[in-house]
Design a protein around this ligand. Structure first.
Ligand code: B12
Ligand code: SF4
Ligand code: SF4
Length: 340
């Protein structure tokens, strides 16, 4: 049988920063999905509700699935956090979108891993990779593959890498030896819940996406609701506030992978120069980037909303406002560099 340990070694060789294996079924976290949809938290993301049955278990996406191989890819770079700069002219673009689009890059690496698996184990088996796009709850599988726990900010946090990671999965028909699930290390910390500029968390780990800046600036098609524009503030694509304040990202390692380094077009860009760019210039800067999901029209809407954002609902940076939560910001030592 193909050894889980060999798959993990190969995954690291192919450029992944972590890899683990989860069983395909029986994950308790998956039970929360239907309730989340029923409460309307998915907003206009109707594709989530449509695929709810398939998402109940990995066998919904691939009936023969018995194991789920989960990969994590660090995308953090050495640029300062948005909430660390008080410059009112600065536009805020979420970190994951600064470089190249992660979907094709990670898919290519997953395909290479699948190719290696077939070469290493000649008997017939099925293996189906997904990055973000398939009906698979990647975070729940990441926890059960031991990659990291699901924080109160909903993100998977690796004790070694932090939460600036992309997930990828391979559904596999082989009964691979699974890892131990990661355990929760949030303890009594609530920084992310307090830092959310639009108060999008209805409870720890439960997000009303309709209030989340990531949803409002990327997924939602209409205008940003007036009552939330002040909270959205200068975020013009996605949002990192609930991850920037997380102590486990306090000294997060950075990636040396050229794919994730910030494109000049978004690096420290200010709102007014963004607004002055022509459609062609914006389109060129978004080409091959995850930002093309919002399109030029969506980005223009966000830029205009940011330029005219009311002062209400100010962002609260909880990094300094919560003390005594039992987690040391310096717990990781200094930032480490990761070559990709
Ligand atoms: C839809 C979606 C969104 C939506 C909804 C996000 C959300 N929190 O649900 C929006 C557009 C808002 C969004 C935003 C972002 N996203 Co997104 N998103 C997805 C997608 C496609 C599906 C997620 C989903 O189904 N959400 C519905 C909830 C209910 O399900 P869930 O998140 O899988 O799992 C939850 C349950 O298990 C629940 N849970 C677990 N235990 C328990 C216990 C109880 C009692 C309860 C009630 C719940 C519960 O908590 C989990 C986390 O919310 C995934 C890819 C995928 N296929 O999984 C990427 C994904 C989750 N997104 C990702 C990223 C990077 C982001 C952003 C950081 C981007 C940005 N900077 O703007 C933000 C983060 C916002 C946040 N704090 O969650 C990464 C996450 C990486 C990581 N480290 O966790 C993913 C995995 C994509 C990828 N392949 O890398 N996203
Ligand atoms: S991404 Fe931003 S808006 Fe969304 S939950 Fe996190 S802090 Fe709130
Ligand atoms: S900020 Fe605190 S509560 Fe939120 S995810 Fe990080 S450790 Fe958990």
């Amino acid at each position: 049988m193909l050894a889980s340990s060999d798959i993990k070694v190969k995954a690291l060789e192919l450029g992944f920063d972590a890899c683990g294996i989860a069983p395909a079924g029986g994950l308790p976290e998956l039970r929360a999905f239907d309730t989340w949809i029923a409460r309307g938290f998915a907003g206009e993301m109707k594709w989530l509700a449509r695929s709810a049955a398939a998402r109940a278990d990995a066998t919904g996406a691939m009936p023969s699935a018995r194991s789920v191989i989960v990969t994590a890819t660090l995308y953090n770079t050495d640029r300062p956090y948005a909430t660390a700069t008080a410059d009112p002219a600065r536009a805020r673009v979420s970190r994951y979108a600064w470089g190249d689009d992660y979907h094709p890059i990670i898919m290519q690496r997953l395909d290479a891993l699948v190719g290696w698996m077939h070469a290493a184990w000649p008997e017939t088996f099925e293996a189906c990779p997904y990055v973000d796009m398939g009906p698979v709850q990647e975070r729940a599988y990441a926890r059960h593959a031991g990659i990291g726990w699901i924080g109160k900010n909903c993100c998977v946090i690796s004790p070694e890498l932090g939460s600036w990671i992309f997930l990828g999965v391979i559904l596999c028909s082989l009964p691979l030896a699974p890892d131990e699930p990661a355990f929760d290390r949030c303890a009594s910390c609530t920084r992310c819940l307090e830092a959310c500029p639009t108060q999008a968390f209805v409870a720890p780990g439960v997000l009303d996406a309709r209030r989340c800046i990531s949803y409002l600036t990327i997924e939602q098609r209409g205008p940003i609701p007036d009552g939330l524009r002040g909270g959205v503030g200068r975020w013009v694509y996605g949002c990192d506030a609930c991850q920037e304040v997380c102590p486990f990202n306090g000294a997060a390692p950075v990636s040396g992978d050229p794919a994730w380094q910030p494109r000049a077009a978004w690096d420290g860009v200010d709102l007014e120069s963004l607004a002055r760019r022509s459609d062609d210039e914006l389109r060129a800067a978004m080409k091959g980037s995850a930002m093309k999901r919002a399109g030029v029209k969506g980005l223009r809407r966000n830029i205009e909303s940011a330029r005219n954002a009311p002062a209400g609902m100010p962002a609260r940076n909880a990094r300094s406002s919560v003390a005594g939560d039992g987690i040391s910001e310096q717990g990781w030592g200094s930032a480490r560099s990761k070559e990709g």
